[in-house]
Design a protein around this ligand. Structure first.
Ligand code: FAD
Length: 475
């Protein structure tokens, strides 16, 4: 790579999530003389402490320690590595081909193993049990997407990414924490550098943006400001479901994560299960939006060690919608419903029993207690999700629960909990070429904020991919 006079760095990476980390890893491992700078709005991984883990209550850190800091949303994630190349985890295969994605996912998996990931892979060694689940799913009208899963576990994810941070720093990658990028310096259609919120400016020939869901709204505003081509992608919106492990036992044991898809009878909408966490906990995520306001949504994770496990399984039920012209504000659409839930829940998220949904009434602490359910997320406020989600989405979710009940007997019981809302902020699709370059020369978009990925494996794989492009670059 050549440098101009103003260039201080070979590559600047905005965001130290898995996509950015794998990019930095590959760059510095293959060419140790490169000058690589990572700019991360959150904390060093060692200072990433979510107070809720001790207090049980979210104190709304700014920025949120669950979604920002070294390793991004990966640090306290459940750490499920989806080892299949297609159908889940994003659309990278549509950009660079399925074979290439397979190869990259294999490579990321090898790297995760090198940094300490558990060697066991779910979904490979129980063919008879999986065949029985597949048969029951097909009979119910559900498609079972099968994928091998490696489960890092929440506490192990943190350890593994801590080792990545040590490795990158030891190899000379500069990482500035608590440094939020505000804008890009663009001249004659080429990106030259970045301006941070604190006024610092940095220059490089190549700038890679891996800002994740936390940075998706910011990056969308940047796209609008600089005419970076992007379009509305899929909007995924729904709830997180929580029920006893014993109801989900068969799926948990054989697959760890069951990826089930239904096209609903009434609307032909796609509803899918996502991010299943056996013996896990429901978690909150706080996103700070460009307007300065915060929005709180739900997610889930599970610890690896037995002492930290609960006896409840959670998973997301997401309705995927693709809107047509003139719609162009997918992130804002999801935010409206998340904000409505926050409004009704006094700043938190809502929880409602499936029994109360069927009875068309709100949940209260007493009604939840009467069912015997005990939410793992004490922040969630009992209320009424049907006052938040559009009828069509609520109908889709109810149809999915009733259909899944044919595979997972008991799921449609009164004590099943629905938390809301869950929404995925990866729906501003940045239009990039096969080299992941935007229409601004030298500006590359990767990971969840590009909307081409939506999980750990694929965002990490995209980081490796862009690094090889940059290493090959003659610019
Ligand atoms: C609780 C939880 C559980 C999850 N469980 C799983 C799972 O089991 N399996 C799975 O595949 N996925 C899971 N995910 C999703 C997964 O973590 C993400 O898909 C993945 O981290 C995306 O990587 P990324 O690099 O694209 O973005 P991120 O990990 O979101 O990282 C982006 C980084 O960019 C930083 N940033 C944003 N804007 C700026 C800016 N302007 N300036 C500087 N820095 C900025 C952010 O602070 C963040 O650190 C989970 C997520 C959560 C929150």
């Amino acid at each position: 790579m050549n440098k101009t006079d103003r260039t201080n760095y070979d590559v600047i990476i905005v965001g130290a999530g898995p996509s950015g980390i794998f990019c930095a890893y590959e760059l510095i491992t293959k060419n140790p003389s490169l000058k690589v700078l990572m700019l991360e709005k959150g904390n060093d991984i060692k200072n990433r402490i979510c107070p809720k883990r001790k207090t049980g209550i979210c104190v709304h850190c700014k920025p949120c320690n669950i979604t920002t800091g070294f390793s991004g949303a990966g640090a306290f994630s459940d750490g499920k590595l989806t080892l299949a190349a297609t159908e889940t985890g994003g659309n990278l295969d549509k950009l660079i081909g399925e074979e290439k994605v397979k190869e990259l996912i294999q490579k990321t998996d090898d790297i995760y193993l090198k940094f300490g990931a558990d060697s066991y892979v779910y979904g490979l060694d129980k063919p008879n049990e999986i065949a029985a689940i597949r048969k029951k799913s097909e009979d119910a009208g559900l498609k079972l997407v099968e994928s091998p899963i490696r489960h890092l576990g929440t506490e192990a994810s943190y350890e593994i990414y801590s080792k990545f941070q040590d490795y990158l720093l030891s190899k000379g990658v500069e990482i500035l924490f608590k440094t939020s990028v505000k804008d890009f310096l663009i001249r004659d259609g080429r990106a030259e550098g970045v301006i941070c919120k604190n006024g610092q400016e940095f220059f490089a020939r190549q700038i890679v943006v891996g800002a994740g869901r936390e940075g998706a709204s910011w990056f969308k505003a940047i796209c609008e400001k600089h005419d970076i081509n992007s379009k509305a992608g899929t909007v995924d919106i729904g709830v997180r479901v929580e029920c006893p492990d014993k109801i989900m036992h068969e799926l948990n044991e054989a697959l760890y994560e069951s990826k089930l898809i239904l096209y609903t009878k009434n609307y032909n909408d796609k509803v899918r299960t996502f991010c299943q966490n056996p013996s896990g906990e429901v978690a909150l995520e706080n996103y700070h939006l460009p307007d300065g306001k915060e929005v709180t949504t739900v997610n889930g994770h599970a610890y690896k060690s037995k002492e930290l496990k609960t006896d409840l399984t959670n998973f997301a039920l997401l309705v995927s919608k693709n809107f047509t012209e003139p719609f162009k504000e997918p992130l804002e659409y999801g935010t409206i419903f998340a904000r409505a839930a926050n409004m009704l829940a006094g700043g938190s998220v809502l929880v409602q029993t499936y029994g109360d949904i069927k009875k068309h009434r709100r949940s209260t602490p007493e009604r939840i207690k009467a069912t015997g359910a005990s939410p793992t997320c004490p922040d969630a406020v009992p209320g009424d999700l049907t006052l938040v989600l559009p009828k069509r989405i609520m109908d889709d979710i109810i149809e999915m629960i009733e259909t899944m009940n044919k595979v997972v007997t008991g799921l449609a019981g009164d004590a099943t909990l629905l938390y809301g809302i869950e929404v995925k902020f990866y729906s501003n699709m940045v239009l990039i070429d096969k080299k992941c370059e935007t229409n601004i020369k030298g500006l590359f978009a990767i990971g969840d904020s590009s909307s081409w990925t939506r999980g750990l494996s694929m965002s990490s794989a995209m980081g490796l991919y862009i690094a090889d492009i940059l290493l090959d670059s003659e610019v």
